[in-house]
Design a protein around this ligand. Structure first.
Ligand SMILES: Nc1nc2c(c(=O)[nH]1)N[C@H]1C(S)=C(S)[C@@H](COP(=O)(O)OP(=O)(O)OC[C@H]3O[C@@H](n4cnc5c(=O)[nH]c(N)nc54)[C@H](O)[C@@H]3O)O[C@H]1N2
Ligand SMILES: Nc1nc2c(c(=O)[nH]1)N[C@H]1C(S)=C(S)[C@@H](COP(=O)(O)OP(=O)(O)OC[C@H]3O[C@@H](n4cnc5c(=O)[nH]c(N)nc54)[C@H](O)[C@@H]3O)O[C@H]1N2
Ligand SMILES: [Mo]
Length: 738
């Protein structure tokens, strides 16, 4: 008998930040196929190729389905099967030993991107007593957090382009308005979303009349459908935003009423943007002056208008400052929490969306531990913005401390859902050298990756989303992940971390099962796991702080219940007090990337391409899916996009194998000769390793041959610790492989 289980997608499988509603068809205890749930308000039945290939992922012969311990030396590729009892006992003993000798802070808790991991990993980390949660190797902490901290500094909340995603009836809800203009700024909606936002929403809006402005050095498909395509020089987005502010302010096109009533620091911003007239901005960005002016006018005079942006914003030098400047655009045009503008995105029903919050932590582990941890976090002294915002340690500072042992030594690493050596880490050879000196490393993953092979002492096999119970409130709907099937010796990240948290906690730990823990998180909303599971796994936000619009007028954003924004002044702070308190410039400014035709002109002669990397492929999630037949067929090789004109000069034909090289190293890639990239730029695919090749040292699945991150340095973070990283802006040359 076949049954259908309705559930929510997040993490292992498609790999993404997820949120789709799906129907799993289950027969004899196995998932046989996956379909989009037509009732789900976010994906409305649509589904990506990675979700459709789910059965190939779950039942792949290379998937690790039992715990293992290293048998030979690190890197020898020898593993021995062990029981969960032995795995837990070994980990408990080792971690206790490190804690006794060096303090709990000497173990770092490393995760990759925003999968269903913030909850489990911080639960375990705090129970153990370490403050060091890190996106290990992500130079500049340059994914999402720079935008997030900039928005926190500006209006105390996260904002997102409004495609009616917070309303159950979506586009049919009369409260919603179609954005007249959407700026797609450094984002690839058709490939890279869901990123708690869906690419097809942009297309749904276009069908309802939205015009596009696309800000992208390349010409992705959406740019060919745009009213204006601003073909920007990579890494100069800050200058463009300041130039657009200049036009909008000097031409009086901003929303005077909103600015007078709800903004703080407008005069200071006005003065600052005088340094960025369109002429100068055109020189910096390589965009014609008239286009900058037209784009600014079109955006400011279209009401409502929305901005949707992506990770290259964060990866600009001073990415948080760039985000601050873009945020000022929607603020001064009054596109704040209005229908069809940029709306505030809060976790549905007020349920915690990610890591353990300060309040939850204090309740679980006590006030004292909390205070102590904040003081010991790596980088908290160096970067006040890291101390004062969320709970992460700064990745460049973490690497320095792993290498130097100062101010205290790092002895162990818990690596859960991260492939540091082939994806997240810039300069992976440096990480390899630093991490192999640690006493103890646990890997929690589904496949043996280069990182697991090179560094792991214990490997714990994680469950995919159809195999687990979990929760998702990022941002809507409030959803549960419903367990449909089981693979006997694979466990969910929640199960693994809860068991170890119970064993290692220094205080009495209240939860015995994952369901109890989830229900404790759902309690603030008066909800229950089984009830949501029965309803089809989700429920849209009720009236209140997690549902738009105009919450600042209704007193729904601040703890004191007064109207206004969640900032010290209660206004949108164009001049930010948070930044002032963090010791950085309270106003936005432009900074050139450390390596570029402008900042390193001599290097540019030797390496005549701007190298951007990591444009997302719909068939792959970062370093994953290289083993999955349907997906590898779509994206078979590490690639470099090169313009036909440039390729011709170099004697490179479409499909040729080439070297991409700079002063830090070289990698192999297959040329995609395409006018999508301009002649001065190449785009290199990221996250590559070849699981079909030898996994032992020194090859590690060919990671050093094909991972473009060997050409990218660590240590190019922004002044506040957030932003930068050189993933999107370095220099390189390309030549045929003989
Ligand atoms: N050159 C270049 N490098 C980049 C980028 C770029 O643009 N260019 N982008 C950067 C960005 S923005 C990011 S966020 C990072 C991402 O970097 P990572 O997060 O490290 O990359 P992934 O390959 O997605 O995931 C790592 C591992 O998580 C495992 N995994 C997946 N789901 C689960 C799960 O539910 N549980 C467990 N335990 N394991 C799971 C996968 O099998 C995989 O081995 O990469 C960065 N690296
Ligand atoms: N299928 C799939 N989806 C994913 C991921 C994945 O690996 N696969 N990864 C997830 C993660 S963690 C992230 S962070 C997001 C990232 O996804 P996005 O935010 O969409 O980022 P990218 O795909 O790196 O780049 C988007 C566009 O920005 C352009 N671009 C490059 N440099 C610049 C620049 O300096 N300025 C401007 N204005 N544009 C630039 C590129 O040409 C590209 O067209 O995707 C998430 N979703
Ligand atoms: Mo990311």
């Amino acid at each position: 008998m076949e049954k259908v289980v309705r559930t929510t997608v997040w993490s292992a499988g498609p790999g993404c930040h997820g949120g789709c509603g799906v129907k799993l068809y289950v027969k004899n205890g196995k998932v046989t196929r996956v379909e989009g749930d037509e009732n789900h308000p976010w994906n409305q039945g649509r589904l990506c190729v990675r979700a459709l290939a789910m059965t190939q992922y779950m039942y792949h012969p290379d998937r690790i389905t039992h715990p293992m311990k290293r048998a030979g030396k690190r890197g020898e590729g020898k593993w021995e099967r062990i029981s969960w009892d032995e795995a837990y006992a070994t980990i408990e003993a080792k971690l206790r030993d490190i804690r006794a000798k060096h303090g709990a802070e000497s173990v770092i808790f490393c995760q990759g991107t925003g999968r269903d991991m913030g909850g489990p990993i911080t639960l375990l980390m705090y129970a153990y007593g370490s403050p060091n949660w890190v996106n290990y190797g992500l130079s500049g902490h340059c994914c999402y957090s720079p935008r997030q901290v900039a928005m926190h500094a500006t209006q105390g909340d996260y904002c997102v382009a409004d495609c009616a995603q917070f309303l159950e009836k979506r586009y049919d809800d009369p409260a919603w308005k179609v954005p007249k203009v959407i700026i797609v700024w450094a984002q690839g909606p058709t490939a890279s979303d869901p990123d708690a936002f869906y690419g097809h929403w942009i297309i749904d809006c276009m069908k309802r009349g939205s015009k596009l402005i696309v800000v992208d050095p390349r010409t992705p498909w959406l740019a060919t459908r745009a009213e204006i395509h601003l073909q920007i020089r990579p890494g100069t987005d800050g200058a463009l935003a300041l130039g657009m502010l200049n036009v909008i302010i000097n031409e009086g096109l901003y929303d005077k009423e909103f600015v007078d009533k709800w903004c703080y620091g407008f005069d200071e911003l006005k003065e600052r943007v005088q340094q960025y007239p369109p002429e100068k901005v055109s020189q910096i960005t390589w965009i014609p002056k008239q286009q900058i002016i037209e784009a600014a006018r079109l955006y400011a005079t279209s009401k409502p208008a929305a901005i949707h942006w992506g990770v290259p914003v964060d990866m600009n030098a001073e990415g948080a400052v760039v985000a601050q400047a873009i945020n000022a655009l929607w603020a001064i045009t009054g596109n704040m929490d209005n229908p069809g503008g940029n709306v505030i995105a809060r976790a549905s029903h007020g349920v915690t969306s990610y890591p353990y919050t300060q309040d939850e932590m204090k309740k679980l582990y006590g006030e004292e531990l909390f205070k102590k941890l904040t003081l010991k976090r790596i980088s908290a002294d160096r970067y006040p913005a890291f101390r004062n915002f969320r709970a992460w340690a700064q990745p460049d500072a973490v690497l320095e401390q792993v290498e130097s042992g100062h101010p205290y030594p790092i002895k162990g690493a818990w690596m859960q859902s991260i492939n540091a050596l082939s994806c997240m880490g810039a300069d992976p050879k440096r990480h390899f050298a630093a991490l192999k000196k640690l006493d103890f490393i646990v890997i929690v993953d589904l496949f043996l990756t280069p990182t697991a092979q090179a560094l792991g002492d214990i490997f714990l096999p994680a469950a995919t989303f159809p195999e687990k119970e979990s929760l998702r409130s990022w941002w809507a709907p409030l959803s549960v992940i419903v367990k449909a099937v089981e693979i006997p010796e694979c466990k969910s990240d929640w199960e693994i971390n809860l068991e170890l948290a119970r064993r290692l906690s220094t205080t009495d730990f209240p939860y015995k099962t994952v369901k109890e823990l989830i229900n404790a998180r759902l309690a603030v909303a008066g909800k229950d796991y089984d009830e949501l599971a029965k309803k089809g796994s989700w429920e849209m936000p009720p009236e209140g702080p997690s549902k738009p619009y105009y919450r600042y007028k209704r007193g729904l954003l601040r703890k004191d219940g007064k109207p206004g924004f969640n900032t010290p002044t209660g206004k949108v702070e164009l001049w930010s007090k948070f930044w002032e308190q963090s010791g950085v410039d309270p106003l936005p400014y432009y900074e050139e990337a450390p390596e570029s035709p402008v900042s390193t002109p001599v290097l540019w002669e030797e390496y005549p391409f701007i190298m951007s990397t990591g444009v997302r492929s719909p068939a792959l999630f970062h370093s994953e899916h290289r083993q999955i037949p349907w997906l590898r067929e779509i994206e078979p090789n590490p690639f470099v996009e090169i313009n036909p004109e440039a390729a011709k000069k170099l004697g490179i034909n479409n499909g040729d194998w080439v070297y991409v090289e700079n002063q830090r190293g070289r990698v192999k890639a297959k040329a995609k000769v395409t006018p999508v990239v301009p002649p001065y730029m190449v785009m290199v695919g990221h996250g590559w390793w070849l699981p079909e090749t030898d996994g032992k040292e020194p090859n590690f699945y060919s990671v050093w041959d094909v991972n473009v991150n060997t050409l990218i340095p660590m240590g190019t973070q922004g002044r506040c610790g957030y932003g930068g990283g050189s993933y999107k802006i370095c220099l390189c040359r390309v030549y045929p492989m003989k």
